[in-house]
Design a protein around this ligand. Sequence first.
Ligand SMILES: [Zn+2]
Ligand SMILES: [Zn+2]
Length: 384
Amino acid sequence: MTQHVPSTTTTLSDQLKRHTISFRIGDGRFSAWVCLLLGVLSLMGVLIFNYPEFLTTPELREAYNIPALRAGLGALMISCGGFGAFALLRGKLMPTIIGLAGLAIASIMGGADTTLGTIEASGFYIGLDWFVIGLLVVGSAFVLLERLAPVNEDQPTLRREWVLDMKYFFIMHLAMGGFLVASNAILTATVGWARFEAVTNFVSALPLPLQFILILLSIDLVEYTIHRLYHQGGFLWRVHAVHHSSEQMDWLASSRLHFVEALVTRTATLAPVFLLGFDPVIVGIYAAFVSFHATFLHANFRVDLSWIEPIFVTPRHHHWHHANQVEAYNKNYAVHFSFIDRMFGTLYLPDGWPESYGVDEVDQPAHGFRAQLAHPFQKANEIN
Ligand SMILES: [Zn+2]
Ligand SMILES: [Zn+2]
């Protein structure tokens, strides 16, 4: 009987199927993946320049400095070429070729000098610009922090199921505008009658720092309530179990949300903003803060914030919320203020970090994107 000897060379699809990739300094594999990432982002950047009407988020357009963005796109493309050349010299054909193909198409389309398209009407759009910003700014910052001070040192950046979570990250960013439109329509139709001018005028005239505290507090009280409901079992738990199914915590794990949860939670947490009528500046600051904070809470980043833990939710609170340890089940529902959990008796914060994350096998959604979307709609006996 001959023994099967596994091949020492792995293809891109082998690596993606295994969902974990480790790097050794200088072997070119890291450069190959960075080349792929930068090549795809360069192509997306050029497409965004050409079709801003369909590929940019209206709320972000006014803040854009076009010459600075062109310079950034140029730097991205040059870096892609540099990483690609190094990876090729090291013999890493895949995924370098895909990255360089993206770079070539972006170059043919004009590169950093590409035509800036016009915006004639603000109709249907997808937030491709929001995805590129998220990946380049938030993603790279957190990858760096997670390398510098990881909670779990053995967890690679491209850890198990990172492809699955990247799909969530991509779709959630692209669909952000769609969720906002849907949430606003739902709120107008259901609680539009409860929006009183006397209240919105009063709130929007309050000092801005006070409005910021009020927006955090009102949203977190709604978040606490709805999050606790998700944990009561039944259909809502099956929806939320998708988020809890991550067995490794990092910045990307925050994106794993079932569409039903994304819509329901966002609509509910937007209700105080809709009803109280905060100053648009505060709403903008909150939107930026919450997209950073949600990522921060899930990050594989060992940070000592014990001095603010009695008041604010820190990564340790939320890591314990995701712990697959009986003593930590159904604890730490708040996302901004930890005193809300203390008030309602659901705070759990022992020393250190959890041993394991995820959900019990019985609640475990399948490990694929479409299977996870279907998970809440399956009867308990059909699962697994
Ligand atoms: Zn939860
Ligand atoms: Zn979470």
